[in-house]
Design a protein around this ligand. Structure first.
Ligand code: SF4
Ligand code: SF4
Length: 342
């Protein structure tokens, strides 16, 4: 399908059309927090923030999700929760956040299949938005990604001031555009060139870089190094880095029940909490903070590449922006390189 143009004055109409036919999620604000929520009209949309504080993973991997309900006793029963079948759209997702789904898809749709996650992923169209002004701690380019990547989205919009350049990437995206094609015009070489310039400028503005060279081997060499204790001394174990990270996916199962009924609920958890690995026996293999801080780094940059051939970081920078004690994951990885080569 040819690429298209949407004039900016047609954006309200586009949002109206999409929100009346789909569950439409877009970046917005609630109590001063930027996040993705269902939006019903253009006014609710906030495209000013480059990255929402809360990543859009929460739309597919819910913070709390009831898997089934049960009633005990001889006439007891188990009722599975309905699998989500509604068609939805995540509008204005940034390329790094779209990349995060590629990382967590194998967790929920690999050796074990999670019907709740799979169904939401299958029924969701990702409409990306190119980043014209990357932020101070963005480093997506460290992972072969870029601020205008079409790699993990179905459609990509690029803001060209008075209009959007619209790239239709997948069959899913094409189907969506076909249903509202009257809103769009054909694009020209000018728009294509403008997008290329925007991406070139954005890439130049990304000054931070993570040193991934020999990282897996380097991490193997320094498992017992005092770097982890030194980093852990600063960490307060709040878990913010993991809750806001678009690739972190730890969860816990809770059975909430009264005498007559109950429910099994999946809730987000964090490997930065001691309870996360606390066994029923009382033993805790990661009882001290040092081992939890170290595990967070090894999980993303050693275990994931070894097991799934992908690094579990997108370079979004959220964990750097929001860590209350300024632990900077790029600096930690830099130190790994230096120490391993001493
Ligand atoms: S580890 Fe930090 S920079 Fe990497 S994806 Fe998670 S929040 Fe973003
Ligand atoms: S956000 Fe910072 S202080 Fe909080 S758990 Fe993560 S590394 Fe530790």
């Amino acid at each position: 399908m040819e690429n298209l143009v949407l004039q900016k004055d047609k954006l309200p109409k586009l949002i109206e059309e999409l929100s009346s036919n789909y569950v439409l999620y877009g970046p917005t604000e609630e109590s001063g927090i930027s996040l993705f929520k269902q939006i019903m009209n253009f006014e609710e949309l906030n495209l000013e923030n480059l990255l929402t504080s809360v990543s859009p993973k929460s739309l597919v991997f819910k913070q709390t999700e009831t898997l089934f309900k049960f009633k005990p006793g001889r006439k007891g029963s188990v009722t599975s929760s309905e699998i989500y079948e509604e068609k939805s759209i995540i509008f204005a997702i940034r390329p790094c956040d779209a990349h995060s789904f590629k990382i967590i898809d194998p967790v929920f749709n690999g050796e074990f299949e999670d019907p709740f996650y799979i169904s939401k992923r299958k029924n969701t169209v990702l409409i990306g938005l190119t980043c014209n002004n990357p932020e101070r701690n963005c480093f997506c380019t460290s992972f072969d990604d870029n601020p205008g990547s079409t790699e993990n989205v179905d459609i990509l919009f690029t803001d060209l001031e008075d209009r959007f350049y619209v790239e239709v990437v997948t069959e899913k995206g094409k189907k969506l555009i076909n249903s509202i094609e009257n809103l769009f015009e054909k694009s020209t070489k000018n728009e294509e060139d403008s997008k290329k310039n925007i991406v070139t400028n954005s890439v130049e503005r990304i000054t931070r870089k993570m040193n991934l060279e020999n990282l897996v081997t380097n991490l193997d060499k320094i498992f017992d190094h005092e770097l982890w204790q030194n980093t852990a001394q600063k960490c307060i174990g709040c878990g913010i880095c993991t809750y806001l990270c678009p690739t972190c996916h730890c969860f816990d199962m809770q059975d909430e029940s009264s005498l007559r009924e109950g429910a099994r609920i999946r809730v987000w958890d964090s490997c930065m909490y001691p309870e996360y690995t606390h066994h029923a026996s009382g033993h805790n293999p990661r009882a001290i903070r040092m081992s939890r801080v170290r595990n967070r780094i090894y999980h993303k940059f050693s275990y994931f590449p070894k097991n799934d051939d992908i690094t579990a970081c997108t370079g979004c920078g959220r964990c750097i922006d929001y860590c209350p004690v300024n632990i900077d994951i790029i600096d930690v990885i830099d130190k790994v390189g230096v120490i391993a080569n001493e």
